[in-house]
Ligand binder design. Sequence first.
Ligand SMILES: [Cu+2]
Length: 171
Amino acid sequence: MYKKILIPIFAIVFVACNNSSNKETETTADTSNKTTTEDTTHNMTAMTTSVPELPAVPDGARVFFKNLKNNETVSSPVKVKMGVDKMKVDTTGPVVAASGHFHIFIDAEDSLASGVIVPKDSTHLHYGKAQTEADVPLTPGKHKLTLQFADGLHRSYGSRLATTINVNVKK
Ligand SMILES: [Cu+2]
C-alpha cells in the first residue's frame, strides 16, 4: 500500500528536480516547462484524492480469537486463528467499506484509536495478505495478545474492532 502514496510523491520530486535543471540549462524551453507544471498539478490532485476516509464500522462488527481463550496455556509458536463478524478480510491497498486486515499486537496496546496507522515492528504484526491464521513465536511466560482490525491503509478501526487476551506460554 505504501507504494500507492509514494509513487505520486516521487513523481513530484522527480518533476521538481527536472524543472530546476531545465531552468539552469535551457532558459528558452517554455513549452516543456508548461507541461511539467501541469504534470505536477495533476500528480498533486492524484495524491490528495488517493487517501479516502476511514470507512465506518458496521453495527455488530467485532473481532475475536477463534481458537484461544483468555489465560490459556499454549506452546510456541502459538497458532492464532483470527475471526471477524460483519467485515470482509482483504489484502492491503484499496480502502473498501466493511473490509480490512488483521494485526496482532504482542504485549502492546489493547487497541489503537480509530484512524491511527498501525506501526510495523516486532510487536505489531500485519496480516496484509488477508491471512486469518498465523503462527506467532513467543517466549515462555505470560503474554498479552491483541487482535486489531484495520483498513487497506493500515488505519485502525479502533477499539470496537479490537480484542485482547492473555496467554501463558509453556517452557
Ligand atoms: Cu496492516
